[in-house]
Design a protein around this ligand. Structure first.
Ligand SMILES: CC(C)(COP(=O)(O)OP(=O)(O)OC[C@H]1O[C@@H](n2cnc3c(N)ncnc32)[C@H](O)[C@@H]1OP(=O)(O)O)[C@@H](O)C(=O)NCCC(=O)NCCS
Length: 205
């Protein structure tokens, strides 16, 4: 995979077909991410206020060879003291664009972007213990597996009722992955360091 073929860019008004799919199709965002139908008007309101990028987190569009293929997101999390925080990231690629290496590269780009644009020392990600594609993609993006934990709820996992027959229905356990700034320079297959995503002109459909 030529990593330059994958770019991250801010969302535009033309991208709402993607948010609409993610809001109503369980597999558009990924069944491991599914937690029920969402009101896309809330996303539109946030987009109108801040373009889906705030000091506490954001969302970027993943583009592969000029085609919109999904989203990445990040949010500020802190454990204990508010003065200590890190970014927690997530990704959703449309089903038709999975398994082509895009998820690995998009998450490498997001990590590079976050380390490049702020002082944060750590980026982390949680994923379902059965989500092998995301676990492998995170490892290939330079994340280190740190442990396994219960979902932060005693209730059945989101989606478990409606999707319990699907092989990818969420389980009750998650795996945590972390990446520190100190090894960020190892990102990139070229060995030349981080590849900062190019912010190109919005893709027109
Ligand atoms: C998870 C996701 C981001 C991975 O991105 P991707 O582009 O599909 O994955 P890649 O093509 O980069 O593959 C990464 C690795 O996972 C492996 N892989 C891909 N799909 C797999 C599957 N279903 N089972 C096991 N391994 C899989 C690939 O073979 C590759 O490993 P390899 O290079 O050693 O062969 C993407 O599939 C996705 O968006 N899924 C739905 C949403 C989701 O689950 N998000 C994460 C929730 S926290």
């Amino acid at each position: 995979m030529d990593e330059a073929r994958v770019v991250l860019r801010p969302a535009t008004a033309e991208d709402f077909w993607l948010f609409e799919r993610q809001a109503v199709e369980p597999d558009a965002g990924g069944t491991f991410n599914w937690s029920g139908f969402r009101d896309v008007r809330a996303t539109r309101r946030r987009f109108g206020e801040n373009g889906l990028i705030t000091p506490d987190g954001g969302c970027l569009i993943v583009v592969h060879d000029s085609t919109v293929v999904g989203t990445v997101g990040w949010g500020r999390v802190s454990y204990g003291a508010d003065t200590w925080w890190c970014w927690n990231i997530g990704i959703s690629l449309l089903p038709e664009y999975r398994g082509k290496g895009v998820g690995t590269v998009a998450q490498k780009h997001l990590v590079a972007y976050l380390f490049d644009t702020g002082p944060v020392q750590r980026v982390e990600a949680y994923t379902d213990v059965d989500n092998m594609a995301e676990q492998r993609a995170l490892e290939k993006a330079g994340f280190v597996r740190e442990g396994c934990c219960a979902r932060p709820s005693s209730a059945p996992a989101a989606g478990a009722t409606s999707s319990s027959t699907a092989s990818s229905a969420p389980s009750r356990r998650q795996v945590r992955y972390g990446r520190s700034r100190t090894n960020a320079s190892k990102i990139g297959e070229s060995g030349k360091g981080c590849i900062v995503p190019t912010m190109r002109q919005p893709h027109r459909r």
